[in-house]
Design a protein around this ligand. Sequence first.
Ligand code: NAD
Length: 390
Amino acid sequence: MIISPRIRGFICTTAHPAGCAMNVHEQVAQIAAEPSFEGPKRVLVVGCSTGYGLASRIVTTFGGGADTLGVSFERPPGEARAASAGWYNNRAFEAEARRVGRKAVTLDGDGFSDQMKEDVVAAIRAEFGKIDMLVYSMASPVRTHPATGEVHRSAIKPLGAPVKAKTLNTDSGEVFETELQPATPEEAAATTVVMGGEDWEMWIDALSRAGVLAPGFRALSYTYIGSELTWPIYWRGTLGKAKEDLDRAGAAIRAKLGEDVARVVALKAVVTQASSAIPVVPLYGTILFKVMKEMGLHEGCIEQIDRLFREVLPAPQLDDAGRLRLDDWELSEPVQAEVTRRWRLTNTDTLGDYADLPDYRREFLRLFGFGLAGVDYGADLDPRVTPEIR
Ligand code: NAD
């Protein structure tokens, strides 16, 4: 079949196997071209297939020489149906890792479940012995709680009062003011159940009980804080509350296992499947990326995670809440002053002057393997096969 993009709102329902493989290959090549660094050698990445989790797997393997065990929740292909992008990314990553003699085991299923935690423990025992690091990079709109079986759905909403905010329709290019209604207490609580720190703690408990944590074990979990422009919808909304709970979980893990064991890492805004679903964030992103590129400060997932492992983890500096910060360039005064200035001036007519929507759209399509140089998009493909790119 010939696979083309099919976009529904903020999601693309198809993915291109060769394009996804090329996307992974380019990130691998970028890291492999740099000098290696001393890092953890047996790494578990929960949420390994896309975005920051995939970047963590690539950086630890090709920069730090790690063997990795990945967990993700992806859709396999059918005879006449493309898989999800993350499924192709996983196959492409495994092939790349194998080529340099590194182990890469991937388990697909619900990371929130007790079953997946048991399967991971079994895989660690069989393939790795113990692990030196857990990177928790899961982003999901829904969680079935393993203790109660209850299904919780997150709601990305403000808290308390309605919020009026400027936003962007990335399909039409229209900039408009929207009024977002506040979450009910139940919606706020459900968002914390889904995106808060409980599951990260459950992973650590399961691994610790099973005795598979190596001496010196470290656990990381990723968060976003952002600037005043997105606070009404993000940090002061339901997602921010959930991320506050991640900080609580980090402190609880440290209290149990030791001061240096668990760190929440604040990363910058990037285009991923998870971030495109958040109102206001795409408008902020289109302005931010243009400003950071003009200032020579642009970073995507791979550059952020490379800086994390190469520079920040060896000489950690913590903020008041005990987090590591890689959002320092995004939140720097010159960047925020310029983004804020442009934010005020941006409307549908001026969008092209102050923001870069075509670049955002290109980045979005790349997540699904579309628009990569060197890929033949007219080729008739078997969607069950992920080609190896050399
Ligand atoms: P993403 O959508 O690219 O990746 C999410 C990952 O979670 C995928 O591997 C997916 O398969 C996996 N996943 C989802 N549900 C699962 C389940 N039930 N079981 C197992 N795996 C499951 O997301 P991302 O943007 O890379 O986000 C990862 C983390 O980084 C999140 O904590 C997010 O808050 C944080 N972060 C994101 C941004 C951003 O701008 N995107 C910025 C800062 C921090």
